[in-house]
Every structure is written in structure tokens, then in C-alpha cells.
Design a protein around this ligand. Structure first.
Ligand code: WT7
Length: 584
């Protein structure tokens, strides 16, 4: 028997929150989804932080755990909805006291610590724009993102500040305030987060918030040029709430664990906002991936809904079924995945070994929330990303010669995955990059940059990226950012960067470098360049491998042909590159 479909009929699980996909699609309207949210009192608009905490804090759920934090050292700390409301009120007041207001950007560079959650929610209450940065970034991605985002406030730790930010301070003239979490005596130009929080008032009334007011900023990489700051608005909460119910089957009585770091969009949309909006209890693990620790968390915290990523799942699979069988995972009732293609074997492995199949979901930084999913109530097709969320129209498009696009009606044909523009969590722009934003749309469709096909049941199947973007361990990496860092080494004349296929991480970053005259392509130089890139970019973005070439293949206009480098790396003959080139 094959595993083309994991059927939901006859399963003993309890009734999902969306019992019938077809009925939900028919009946759904964004207006009703919006009406299901609370809204600020007296019609003062819509604010994510009100939906996520204040609304629950004031009601009977006030004492329920919003956040269950597991520290690296074994500390376990719970924050109730009421406590989180109070702390985020304090942070909102702290910002206001510092003269930080509506539309000002507040950045964080933090691990998964409670202060991060307090800061996001407090900044949203103050109508500031919050941008969480991944704490493993090196100084370069930090500097470029803070400059583009015109960061006025940074919340970080003394260690991260000393290692990555202090030396950049002169290049960040907009940065007015640095708040250090967990420091004894803050250094010059910084203040203590805790001390300021302590003296701030615990009463904050969220000012009128237009649903279109900017709320969150998430950077994503481009194949050319600087990183792009995708801007999201408070209205996005409508999608967070609806998709949490539909795709994650998540509700108030659920203990929920999202393994993504808030430095990436999944860790904010589904690691903070969505679960709190629906009133769930959020498990936050400060530590890095460690198989035994993860199984223990699933068991001990009685995680009911788990949202994770294919790279982690593949690493668990590699270790085999004996380890998970030592744990009681019976609390788990929905497991989902996002970020990169999920192998069909992984879906089935979940069912056999964890007792739950993985439900693949698809979305992007730009979409703000889950757009395609294998739902709790529908059959899973292992290997497929699933079907569109109620309220979302997805299609496969063909690009016409005249620059327009056309929906490919027939099932099974390859084209670009696109979404009918206008859903509430759609990004509202790339910061200061109107032209790049406009290029994402054609004839009323948002173009995803992914190649896919749709089958006759309406399920979408991922085929690849239409561009040179690299996916490594679920993180989208722009080759340009890596090439720019490599070029800073005095020996490097040219650099071209590709994603090299990897059985676990999907891809790893590989660089091809041509040296300036007078430099010898030896191992010492290779190590030196790799070391520099790692220091500048951080381990999540830096290349793993460098090959030296005499020169790099280029188009007539001088653009490095990454696709050709990739084709050679994959062992395709250059004649085979026609297909690679045509989709660029
Ligand atoms: C790109 C978006 C918000 C999700 C986290 C990443 C790839 C995402 C899947 C999936 C195959 C996937 C796509 C997409 N991707 N989910 N289920 N199957 N590929 O957000 O960093 O903006 O990356 O991740 O290529 O375009 P992101």
C-alpha cells in the first residue's frame, strides 16, 4: 500500500475546529473573521497586542499561562496572560517615556527569552513598529537591517551588544536607545531594560490604532541588492487568528510549541501572535535543537499542537525511532511543518513514530500568515503543501510576453504560485523600495517566486524557486548578501554563491571565488575567507564551502551566472542549463 493520501475518515481524533474544509471555504468571509476579533474598546480600532494579551488578561483567562518559558539551564517560568499584559504595558510606557512613538522602529537582538515577548507586545501597544533580529546574525546583517529600518531603539543583551553592535554604533545615527536585558551595570550609551521597566507605570491605554497602522517588520533577502524589509500591519491579526484555528487547529485549551525563532517570521506570526490571539499556552524553549530535549519537552509539557520545520524533522528521523519511543507523546494531536519542502517520508514517519502525521503548510515572509495547508479535517497528501486557507485564492500562473499573467486552469502544469492580492496579512510594502514591491504583483496577483503545480484535487506541490534564493535549514538566504561579505576580503575579486543540495538542511551555502592577481588559492586562504564570512554574517548565513575558480561565468552584461555555477555543481552538463536559465 502506498501513502498517496493519509485519510482522515474514520480516525478517532476529536472533531477539528474546522470540521469541513469545503463548507468553511464556502461560508468564509474576511469581514466575519475580523468581526470575531475583539477590537479596541469604544471602536478605537484594532491592535495586535490587545487581541493577543489584554483581551484575555481582563477576562476569565487572565490567570491562564500565556507563556511557559524553558531556560537553557533548566529554569521554568510561567507568565499568565495578566502578567504579560502588565509587563507589556510597562514596556509601552517605557517607550513612551523615552519619546518613542507611533511608527518608530524598535528592534530586538535577543535569544528566546521572556523580555523579547514583553518587548514585542509592548511596542505594538505603543504603535511602534517591531523588528526582531535573529541573534545568530553577524554584525553585517544586523547593521544593514537596522539602517534600512531606521532603528530608534534596540533591545539586546550586554554580550550580544559587545560582540556585535558596539562597533557599529557610529554607523547607526538613528539609534537613540539601547536597552540591555540582564546586565548588572549597563555600559555607556545603554540603559538597563529591567531597571527602566521597573520604574515604568503598569497602566497603559492603547491609543486608537488603525488596522492599517504598521506593526511588524520582517527582513527577507533578495537575489540582488540589499535585504528587503517587509512591512505588516495590525490587520494581519485577522489571518493569524483564522489560520491558527484552521491550519493548526489551535484553541484556548491547547499547549502549543512553535520551534521557530522570532528572528524569522514564523517565530513571530506563529511563535507569538497567532497562539496568543487564540488564547493558547505558548511553550518557549531557550535552548538550541537537541533531539532528546525536544522529545522530553513534547512529553513533559504535554504539547498538543506542534509547529516545526523539515530540517529538524529530518534530523530526528536520522536518529531513528528508538529515541522517541522512550517518551510518551500521547498529548500530541496536531503536528505541522513549514519553511521548506517536507519529504513524504517525513509525513509518514510522524504518523508511525510520533502517532501524528506532519501537516505541511506553505507561506512566506510577505504573506504574513499560512496560505496553504494540509488541514486537520482533510486528507493529507504527503509531499504536497496542501490547499488554500479559506478566504485565500491561490493559482498557478504563466507569464505572458507582454508582461501580464494568465492563470493555468489545467491541473498538473508547472508555473508560478500566486495569490489573489488583498488578504489581511499581506505585506504592505518593502520599506523604502516601492519598485521592488510593485514587481511582486501582476494583474491583481501576488507572485510568490515559487514554482509549483496544482493537482486535480486542488492540492499544491512545490517544485522549486523561480530565483536564486537559497534555503538552508528553513532560512531564506540571499546570495547577494553573502557575495558582498566575501568581496570584503582583500584577496577576493569576484564571488558567486549558490545553494548546494543537502539531505538534511535542504541546501547549504556554497561560494565560488575568483582571486585577485598575486593571491594563491590554497587552504589557508580558504579558511581565512570562510572565517571572515562567518564573523561578518554569522553561522546561519555564512558559506560552508568555498571553491576557487580562475574566473566566474558571466552574462554579456557582466552578471554572475549563479545558475550555471549550480548546474556545474550538480553535475549537469551545460547543455542542461537551459531549463535553469529560463526560470530565472
Ligand atoms: C519560502 C519563503 C513563512 C514560512 C517560513 C519561511 C519556501 C515555505 C514551504 C513548504 C516548500 C516552502 C518557499 C517560500 N517554503 N514553506 N511547505 N514547501 N517550500 O518564510 O523565509 O519568507 O521563505 O520558503 O520557497 O517561497 P520565508
Amino acid at each position: 500500500m502506498g501513502w498517496d493520501r493519509i485519510s482522515k475518515s474514520g480516525s478517532a481524533r476529536r472533531r477539528p475546529r474546522m470540521p469541513s474544509y469545503e463548507a468553511a471555504r464556502r461560508q468564509f468571509s474576511w469581514a466575519e473573521a475580523r468581526a470575531a476579533l475583539d477590537g479596541l474598546p469604544e471602536g478605537r480600532g484594532l491592535n495586535i497586542a490587545h487581541e493577543a494579551v489584554d483581551r484575555h488578561a481582563k477576562g476569565p483567562a487572565g490567570g491562564r499561562a500565556a507563556l511557559r518559558w524553558l531556560g537553557k539551564d533548566g529554569t521554568r517560568r510561567e507568565l499568565s496572560y495578566a502578567a504579560l499584559a502588565g509587563l507589556s504595558d510597562r514596556f509601552a510606557n517605557l517607550l513612551r517615556d523615552l519619546g518613542i512613538g507611533k511608527g518608530d522602529t524598535v528592534f530586538s537582538l535577543l535569544g528566546r527569552v521572556p523580555a523579547l515577548y514583553v518587548a514585542v507586545l509592548g511596542a505594538l501597544k505603543n504603535r511602534s513598529v517591531f523588528c526582531p533580529l535573529f541573534s545568530a546574525f553577524g554584525p553585517e546583517p544586523i547593521q544593514s537591517r537596522m539602517a534600512i529600518g531606521a532603528a530608534k531603539v534596540l533591545v539586546t543583551t550586554p554580550q550580544l551588544y559587545a560582540r556585535k553592535v558596539r562597533a557599529l554604533r557610529a554607523d547607526l545615527p538613528q539609534l537613540e536607545q539601547v536597552l540591555l536585558v540582564g546586565g548588572a551595570e549597563p555600559e555607556p550609551g545603554c540603559q538597563s531594560f529591567e531597571r527602566r521597566l521597573e520604574v515604568a507605570s503598569e497602566d497603559f491605554v492603547i491609543p486608537p490604532t488603525d488596522p492599517e497602522d504598521a506593526a511588524l517588520l520582517h527582513f527577507t533577502s533578495g537575489t540582488t541588492g540589499r535585504p528587503k524589509g517587509a512591512l505588516h500591519v495590525h490587520e494581519a491579526a485577522v489571518v493569524h487568528a483564522a489560520s491558527a484555528r484552521f491550519a493548526l487547529d489551535l484553541g484556548p485549551e491547547d499547549v502549543y510549541w512553535c520551534t521557530a525563532d522570532p528572528g524569522w517570521v514564523t517565530g513571530t506570526s506563529y511563535g507569538i501572535v497567532a497562539p496568543l490571539v487564540v488564547g493558547a499556552t505558548l511553550v518557549v524553549d531557550e535552548a538550541e535543537f537537541e533531539p532528546e530535549r525536544w522529545y522530553r519537552i513534547l512529553q513533559d509539557e504535554k504539547v498538543r499542537v506542534w509547529y516545526t520545520a523539515p530540517t529538524a524533522i529530518r534530523m530526528l528521523m536520522k536518529l531513528g525511532p528508538d529515541l522517541p519511543r522512550r517518551f510518551d507523546l500521547s498529548a500530541l494531536r496536531l503536528a505541522a511543518s513549514v519553511g521548506e519542502p517536507l519529504n513524504p517520508e517525513a509525513v509518514v514517519w510522524g504518523l508511525k513514530v510520533l502517532g501524528q502525521p506532519f501537516h505541511d503548510t506553505w507561506w512566506q515572509t510577505e504573506t504574513g500568515g499560512i496560505m496553504l495547508a494540509n488541514f486537520a479535517a482533510t486528507d493529507i497528501k504527503p509531499g504536497s503543501m496542501g490547499r488554500p486557507l479559506p478566504g485565500i485564492e491561490a493559482a498557478i500562473l504563466r507569464h505572458r510576453e507582454d508582461g501580464g499573467v494568465e492563470v493555468i486552469g489545467e491541473a498538473g502544469r508547472e508555473g508560478e504560485l500566486a495569490l489573489k492580492a488583498g488578504w489581511p496579512s499581506m505585506f504592505r510594502g518593502y520599506l523604502n523600495e516601492e519598485a521592488r514591491y510593485r514587481k511582486c504583483f501582476a494583474d491583481g496577483w501576488y507572485l510568490s517566486g515559487d514554482l509549483a503545480r496544482r493537482d486535480s484535487d486542488g492540492y499544491f506541490w512545490f517544485l522549486g524557486r523561480a530565483d536564486d534564493m537559497i534555503k538552508s535549514a528553513g532560512h531564506l538566504i540571499g546570495p547577494f548578501e553573502v557575495e558582498s561579505a566575501l568581496m570584503e576580503h582583500p584577496a577576493v575579486a569576484e564571488a558567486g554563491v549558490i545553494g548546494k543540495p543537502d539531505p538534511v538542511a535542504m541546501e547549504t551555502v556554497k561560494a565560488f571565488v575568483a582571486l585577485k592577481p598575486g593571491f594563491r588559492p590554497d587552504d589557508a586562504l580558504r579558511r581565512e575567507i570562510l572565517g571572515l564570512a562567518r564573523e561578518r554574517l554569522g553561522p546561519a548565513v555564512a558559506p560552508r564551502e568555498i571553491d576557487f575558480l580562475d574566473d566566474l561565468p558571466k552574462t554579456r552584461s557582466g552578471k554572475i551566472m549563479r545558475r550555471l555555477l549550480k548546474a556545474r555543481e550538480l553535475g549537469l552538463t551545460e547543455g542542461d542549463t537551459s531549463t535553469l536559465e529560463s526560470s530565472s
